[in-house]
Design a protein around this ligand. Structure first.
Ligand code: SF4
Ligand code: SF4
Length: 323
């Protein structure tokens, strides 16, 4: 019998999701054995034409990582949707926009100007800014056209499931792969469309082993300003930790290592906007009723937007008009 077909694609991403897939170690051999791997540009030399030539719905499962920030990303998102029975947004860029989505704080022109003209590390005396089409003696060179607004995969095509995380933790990937193989081998029903896989329905705080008391904050600090107590909730020590506004599933990895959670597993179940949830969590721990003192305490929050929306800006209520 023909093997189920698997595709893995990266759009606007850092490659960490592909590395996390390889981090499942020996289980990757089970994947290679069970599936016919038909597309994985990060690992093997497949061409887009190979995918275009496949019949519609001939790929059993596509794991799509990366955000959509160029016409090439968009083309591949639509193509893989058309060719796949199940399309899974894999990782934070595909589900929430993640770090590429922080580009939505500004606009494309400002980013290009900074990267190619103003950055202190740029040496560009000709002031060349890459264009989608460039004439050279040998002909025209075309490169993907960047979008002004970065979008998660979930905003541009119909997505069946989401696996959150930056990147998803390897133990969770392995568990999802086991479940998928079990479903396909034994004819079991698929989970309901829209299910978040490889994560919990609660928050990072629920997985965190640090001791929690009543939080009363007079001043927020950056992690390097103190040596944190290894057992006490980081927030109680004045370090902004987005655990209360983040979906569980990673096993509270960062906080266990003394680093505050930054929210890579996205919004917890039932929360529309992780940043807004974090603002509400912080509002309840500020230790003052005096408006001026409250303003002073709020002013000590380091990089509020970049902290509250580091992984979810492109899918938040703040995302700008889609232009
Ligand atoms: S706020 Fe951070 S440190 Fe405190 S309990 Fe939640 S995850 Fe743990
Ligand atoms: S602790 Fe937070 S930032 Fe770290 S891996 Fe878990 S969800 Fe991501």
């Amino acid at each position: 019998m023909a093997k189920p077909k698997l595709a893995i694609y990266w759009a606007a991403s850092c490659g960490g999701c592909d590395i996390a897939i390889l981090d499942i170690e020996g289980k990757i051999l089970e994947v290679a054995d069970f599936f016919d791997l038909v597309f994985w540009p990060c690992a093997m030399d497949f061409k887009y034409a190979d995918v275009e030539a496949m019949p519609d719905k001939s790929i059993t499962l596509t794991l799509f990582n990366g955000a959509i920030r160029s016409d090439e990303n968009f083309h591949l998102a639509k193509l893989l949707r058309q060719k796949s029975v199940v399309l899974c947004a894999f990782g934070s860029c595909a589900s929430d926009g993640c770090i590429p989505g922080l580009a939505n704080f500004t606009n494309l022109q400002s980013i290009l100007d900074y990267a190619y003209l103003k950055s202190p590390s740029t040496d560009n005396p000709e002031k060349v800014i890459p264009q989608p089409k460039t004439k050279v003696p040998e002909g025209d060179i075309t490169i993907p056209t960047l979008w002004n607004t970065v979008r998660p995969l979930t905003q541009v095509v119909d997505v069946d499931y989401v696996i959150p995380g930056c990147p998803p933790q390897s133990n969770q990937i392995a568990a999802v792969i086991d479940a998928v193989i079990d479903i396909l081998k034994n004819g079991k029903p698929l989970p309901p469309k829209g299910t978040v896989l490889g994560a919990t329905e609660t928050t990072c705080c629920d997985e965190c082993k640090r001791q929690r008391n009543i939080k009363k904050i007079k001043k927020f600090i950056r992690p390097f300003e103190i040596i944190p107590d290894p057992d006490l909730c980081l927030m109680e020590q004045g370090i902004v930790c987005t655990g209360p506004a983040t979906r569980g599933g990673c096993g509270a990895k960062c906080v266990s290592a003394g680093v505050p959670c930054r929210g890579c597993y996205g919004s917890p179940a039932g929360v529309r906007d992780a940043g807004a949830k974090m603002v509400s969590a912080l509002a309840s721990v500020i230790d003052s009723t005096d408006p001026e003192e409250i303003d002073r305490i709020i002013a000590t929050i380091p990089d509020p937007l970049g902290t509250f929306y580091r992984f979810t800006l492109a899918d938040s209520l703040l995302r700008r008009a889609q232009v």
